[in-house]
Design a protein around this ligand. Structure first.
Ligand SMILES: [Ca+2]
Length: 337
């Protein structure tokens, strides 16, 4: 059997959305999302519980020194090898099969001996959503949101659109900090993690505007005009090739809107090792990415790594949805409101 390759016939269409336009997001479901209210008995944020490894070397506290929003953040600490600590939200009622925006802001200290931004030295931290059925049994967890970096950082944000399993009726948000062992760095690195501005909101995708349905309007490659970005894959630019790795490469394809596409390599395992142009100046907001993908075993007529080799696309090849298998993706990036 020929190896399966995946081609992305990709057109990037994006529009930034301001906070006033968030009709596609329902109210925040997270109780005490900014960690502002404290329980009288523990002094810790109301609606949140803490689990930790036995044997000490962990701490949790409400912190009024460095909040991102309001007056307080939630701080977790680990100081001993093998220690871990986890903050869990109260149970949140959700709708099975629905899509939720999950986000949480974080700040970190410690993590590695050099201050590297993402240098693993045995300390790790990650957010998650756990889904539960009507009987309270866990039926799944988040699959999209990524870990926090293995390094100290100022306030940053992780977010993702997560789909609840069909049988899900409730959810919890969990954030874990762990100091796995001394093996990586030879020392137990005391580390702190602050949390603020958690969100879990029912996401109702806005309708696709007419301007995004047809061929993408030509703009300067990678250019940004005010809040609205109309662009397309700049596959002919060699800076977007990732060399010497299991990453996609650009290639010519007459079915692509602009005559070039990404070709994911065969047999890379789970996931699609594709990449896209970077737009580092994009403001936070909602971006809609239109993607056409084709899976198949046929070899391409001429893989192309060159610069400026994108061919003109015949008019008949420009019809949306052309090619076997099409899919679309919605991606969202938000700052806390
Ligand atoms: Ca806060």
């Amino acid at each position: 059997m020929l190896p399966v390759r995946v081609q992305l016939l990709l057109t990037a269409v994006a529009v930034a959305v301001t906070a006033a336009d968030l009709s596609w997001l329902d109210a925040n479901l997270v109780p005490n999302p900014g960690f502002e209210s404290l329980a009288a008995d523990t002094g810790l944020p109301e609606g949140w519980t803490v689990q930790a490894s036995a044997g000490g070397g962990t701490a949790a506290a409400s912190d009024g020194q460095v909040p991102l929003e309001g007056a307080r953040a939630f701080r977790l600490e680990v100081t001993a090898a093998g220690a871990w600590i986890r903050a869990s939200s109260a149970r949140i009622t959700v709708e099975g099969g629905a899509v939720y925006l999950f986000s949480v802001a974080f700040r970190q200290e410690g993590f590695n001996p050099t201050g590297g931004a993402d240098t693993y030295a045995g300390v790790s931290s990650h957010p998650a959503v756990h889904w539960f059925d009507a009987a309270g049994q866990q039926v799944g967890g988040s699959t999209v949101v990524s870990r926090f970096p293995y390094g100290p950082c100022a306030w940053d944000l992780r977010d993702a659109l997560e789909r609840a399993p069909a049988q899900a009726r409730s959810a919890r948000i969990l954030v874990t900090l762990s100091l796995d062992a001394k093996a990586q760095s030879g020392q137990a690195i005391a580390s702190k993690l602050w949390l603020d501005a958690a969100q879990l909101r029912h996401y109702r995708p806005p309708p696709t505007p007419d301007w995004a349905r047809g061929e993408t309007a030509r703009n300067v490659d990678g250019g940004i005009a005010e809040n609205r970005l109309l662009s397309f894959f700049v596959g002919s630019d060699e800076q977007f090739h990732s060399r010497n790795g299991k990453w996609s490469r650009t290639t010519s394809d007459s079915a692509a809107e602009r005559g070039v596409c990404l070709l994911a390599p065969a047999a890379v395992g789970q996931g699609m090792m594709a990449h896209s142009p970077y737009f580092p100046a994009l403001p936070p907001g909602l971006y809609r990415l239109r993607v056409r993908a084709r899976c198949g075993g046929q070899r391409l007529r001429r893989p192309d790594h060159g610069v400026g080799r994108a061919a003109a696309v015949p008019a008949h090849a420009r019809a949306p949805g052309r090619g076997r298998g099409n899919l679309s993706r919605h991606r969202v990036g938000l700052h806390p409101p």
